[in-house]
Write a protein that binds this ligand. Structure first.
Ligand SMILES: [Ca+2]
Length: 673
C-alpha cells in the first residue's frame, strides 16, 4: 500500500493553484443554482434534526452534467438504490458533472462508484478535478473497498458460487441444494456496497459560486464513473498544542513511511507518567495494530490534518478475542480485563484497510470498554465497524464524528453500555446498522442517540435497538436504508435482553425508508417494531417524528410467522407524528397486541391506512391487533382517512401486497393541518 501524506498532497494542489492566479477574475458568484440538500431533502423539511455537519451536501443528480442521471430507483442491488436520494449521475469517459459551490470552501468530499475488476478486488481510476475551468489535479478513485457479493457475510468474488447453497434464498424461493433441478443462480449474485468516498483538500479557499467540475478523463480505464454527491466545506486551521507530548519526538513518522505504533505507545506512556496530553501533529501515521488507551488524552490537529492509517494484518495465530486479522484502531481494555476509563480522543482520522467481513475480527476504529470517556471530531473510514464498544461500561460521550464506508456497523453499544451518548455524528454507507444498541447478555440503559445523521446503510437499519431500558433516540435524521432493515428498528432479536422501562423515540425524521423486505417479500415500515424472540411490552413512546416518502409503510409492528402465536407487541404509543407519503399503508400490523395513536397526521397515503393482519387467524372477533384511537389522527390518501372509524378497533384489513402508489415528494407541512 502506498501512503500519501496530507502535506505532500496539499503542496501538489497549491502548486496547481499558483497557475490559476494568472487567470482573469471571474464574474460575481452565482448562488441561485447551488442546490444544497440534507439527505437529498430540502433543508427546510429537516428542521434542526440530524447532525450539524461542517460541510454542505449537494446531490449530483441536481448538478450540471453531460452524463446520465440514474434513478431514482429503490431496488436493492442496483447503483441508484444505494445512492443518496436514490439517484446519481453516471459518467462515461470524457463526461463531467459540475457543482456550484454554495459557500466558500477549501475542501471537498466526493461520493462515487466505479466498477469492480472482473475477478473482484477492485480497480483504481482517475477523476479530474477543476475549478472554474482551471485544473486542480486528479483524484485516484478506488473500488477496492466496495463491491461485496453473495450471501452474508459476503464475498469479494463476483464469480463465486452460492456461499450457503443449503440456505433458503428469496431469488428462487427455494433451498438451492435441496431443489431438483437446481435453480440457475445469476452471477454476480447480489452485488452491493457499490460506493466509496474520498476527501480532497483544495489547498485554497474558493468562493460561493465557483464551479467544481469532476470529469472522468477520456482515457479513463473505468468503463463508467458514478458520482452520487459532493460535500464541500471550509476546513479551519490545524489545532496545535505546544504543551502536549508530541508523538514525533518519540519517533512517529508523519510521512506514513515507517510504522509509528511503537512511537504512539511510548508517547502515551510518557504522557501518562507526566500527566500530560498526547498530540498528533498534521501528517499521516502508519499504525497497523490496536493502540491500547487508558487514562489518556490524545488530540490530533483536526481530522483533515492528522490521519492514522493502517494495513490489514493477517495474524499467524488467532488472538484470544477471536481475531484472525488486526489493523489500526484505538481500543480501551476489554471489560474482562478491567476496562479503560478517562480516555479522551479528538481531532484525527482513522483510515482502515478492511475489505471483507469477518465477524470475529476486532478491526474496528474504536473498540474495547471506554468508561468516563469522550470521542469527538474523529473521521473513521474503511474499518469494519466505526466504534464497537464492548461493555459493561458507562458514561461515554461520542460527538461530532464522521463515520463512512464501513464494512459493518457505524457505532454499536454492545453489552451493558450505560449512561452514554452519541450526538451530532454523521454516518454514511455502513454495511450494517449505522447506530445500534445491542443488549447482548447485559442490558444497555440510559443511553441517548441524539441529533445524528444516518445515510444509505446498505444492509440493516439506520438506528436499531435490540433490548435495553430507558434509552432515547431523539432528533436524528435517517435516510435511504436499502435492504433487510429500515430507518428505525426496535427488535427483540440476536439474543438481546428484553426491553424494559421506557424507550423514547422522539422528534426524528426518516426519509425514503420502509423498504421492501426481500426475504418476506413485503414492504417494511420506516419504524419497524419486531417481536422475533420475545414479546415487546415496555413503555415505548414514539412522539413528534416525521416519516417522509416511505417506500412502503410508515409504521410496522410485526412478529415472525413461526412465533406469531407466542409473542405480542403492546404498550406502544404514537403521538404527534407526521407521515408524508407512503407507498402503501401508514400502519402495518402483523402481530397480536395493540398500540395507541394521538395526533398522528398523514397525507399522500397510497393504500388503506391500516393494514391489519393481527396474528393471521382471521376470526369473527377481528384482528388480534387493536388500534387505540386517542383522537386527532387526521389526513389520509387514496382510500380515505388513514384511521377511519371503520378500521377501529381491530378490523381485519390484511393485504400484504397492495399496489404501491409512489407518493409525491415531501413538502412543507402547514402548521394548521
Ligand atoms: Ca445522489
Amino acid at each position: 500500500m502506498k501512503f500519501q501524506g496530507f502535506l505532500s498532497r496539499t503542496s501538489r494542489f497549491v502548486l496547481c493553484l499558483t497557475a490559476s492566479y494568472a487567470l482573469p477574475p471571474y464574474a460575481a458568484p452565482q448562488t441561485h443554482s447551488a442546490s444544497v440538500t440534507r439527505a437529498a431533502l430540502d433543508p427546510a423539511l429537516v428542521d434542526d434534526r440530524g447532525a450539524n455537519a461542517h460541510f454542505v451536501e449537494q446531490e449530483a443528480e441536481n448538478a450540471v452534467t453531460d452524463g446520465t442521471i440514474i434513478g431514482p430507483d429503490r431496488t436493492a442491488y442496483t447503483l441508484p438504490a444505494e445512492a443518496s436520494g436514490r439517484a446519481a449521475v453516471k459518467l462515461l469517459p470524457g463526461q463531467y458533472v459540475e457543482f456550484t459551490l454554495p459557500k466558500a470552501a477549501n475542501a471537498i468530499t466526493v461520493r462515487y462508484s466505479i466498477p469492480d475488476s472482473p475477478s473482484g478486488g477492485g480497480i483504481t481510476a482517475p477523476l479530474d478535478v477543476s475549478v472554474n475551468g482551471s485544473s486542480l489535479g486528479t483524484m485516484t478513485l478506488t473500488s477496492q473497498y466496495s463491491w461485496l457479493y453473495n450471501q452474508y457475510p459476503f464475498s469479494n468474488d463476483p464469480n463465486a458460487d452460492l456461499l450457503f447453497p443449503d440456505q433458503y434464498i428469496t431469488e428462487c424461493a427455494c433451498v438451492p441444494s435441496a431443489t431438483t433441478p437446481p435453480p440457475i443462480i445469476t452471477k454476480p449474485f447480489r452485488p452491493n456496497h457499490f460506493y466509496d468516498e474520498q476527501r480532497l483538500p483544495l489547498g485554497h479557499t474558493y468562493r460561493a459560486g465557483d464551479k467544481i467540475r469532476l470529469t472522468a478523463p477520456a482515457s479513463s480505464n473505468a468503463a463508467w464513473t458514478v458520482i452520487d454527491l459532493l460535500d464541500s466545506e471550509q476546513v479551519g486551521p490545524p489545532h496545535r498544542d505546544e504543551s502536549a507530548v508530541n508523538v514525533q519526538l518519540f519517533g512517529a513518522d508523519p510521512t506514513g513511511q515507517r510504522d509509528s505504533a511503537d512511537a504512539f505507545d511510548k508517547a502515551i506512556a510518557f504522557a501518562k507518567l507526566w500527566h500530560r496530553e498526547v498530540y498528533l501533529p498534521p501528517g499521516t501515521y502508519q499504525v497497523n495494530r490496536h493502540i491500547i488507551v487508558d487514562n489518556v488524552t490524545i488530540e490530533g490537529a483536526g481530522n483533515w490534518y492528522t490521519i492514522v492509517k493502517g494495513h490489514q494484518v493477517t495474524l499467524s495465530t488467532p488472538l484470544p478475542d477471536g481475531s484472525v486479522h488486526t489493523g489500526v484502531g484505538f481500543y480501551g481494555k476489554y471489560a474482562a480485563d478491567g476496562g479503560s476509563s478517562n480516555v479522551h480522543l479528538s481531532g484525527f482520522a482513522i483510515e482502515g484497510d478492511v475489505r471483507e467481513r469477518i465477524d470475529s475480527d476486532q478491526v474496528n476504529g474504536i473498540g474495547g470498554a471506554l468508561s468516563n470517556s469522550t470521542i469527538e471530531g474523529l473521521y473513521i473510514h474503511h474499518t469494519k465497524v466505526g466504534m464497537w464498544l464492548d461493555g459493561p461500561m458507562s458514561n461515554l460521550i461520542v460527538r461530532n464524528n464522521i463515520i463512512v464506508d464501513e464494512i459493518a456497523d457505524g457505532i454499536n453499544f454492545h453489552t451493558g453500555v450505560t449512561d452514554s451518548v452519541v450526538a451530532n455524528t454523521f454516518v454514511r454507507n455502513t454495511g450494517d446498522d449505522a447506530l445500534a444498541m445491542w443488549s447482548d447478555k447485559i442490558e444497555d440503559a440510559n443511553n441517548t442517540f441524539d441529533h445524528n445523521t444516518v445515510q444509505t446503510p446498505v444492509l440493516a437499519n439506520g438506528i436499531a435497538l435490540y433490548g435495553g431500558t430507558d434509552n432515547t433516540i431523539s432528533s436524528n435524521l435517517v435516510a435511504d436504508p436499502i435492504r433487510e432493515g429500515s430507518g428505525l428498528q426496535v427488535g427483540s432479536r440476536f439474543g438481546a435482553q428484553p426491553f424494559t422501562g421506557s424507550l423514547w423515540i422522539t422528534n426524528n425524521t426518516t426519509v425514503r425508508s420502509g423498504p421492501f423486505e426481500l426475504n418476506w417479500n413485503i414492504g417494511l415500515g420506516a419504524i419497524w417494531i419486531f417481536a422475533l424472540e420475545g414479546s415487546i411490552n415496555a413503555d415505548i413512546q414514539v412522539v413528534g417524528n416525521s416519516f417522509l416518502d416511505n417506500t412502503y409503510n410508515a409504521i410496522m409492528l410485526v412478529s415472525d410467522f413461526p412465533v406469531k402465536d407466542l409473542y405480542t407487541i403492546t404498550n406502544v404509543h404514537f403521538k404527534d407524528d407526521r407521515v408524508d407519503g407512503t407507498g402503501t399503508s401508514v400502519v402495518s400490523a402483523r402481530v397480536a397486541g395493540s398500540a395507541s395513536f394521538e395526533n398522528v397526521d398523514a397525507r399522500n397515503v397510497g393504500a388503506v391506512g391500516v393494514n391489519n393482519c393481527g396474528s393471521f387467524h382471521f376470526t369473527p372477533a377481528g384482528s388480534e391487533f387493536t388500534l387505540i384511537d386517542l383522537g386527532s389522527n387526521d389526513g389520509g390518501g387514496t382510500t380515505g382517512p388513514w384511521l377511519a372509524p371503520w378500521e377501529l378497533p381491530n378490523t381485519i384489513t390484511c393485504d400484504d401486497r397492495p399496489p404501491v402508489v409512489p407518493p409525491p415528494p415531501p413538502s412543507p407541512w402547514d402548521t394548521h393541518e
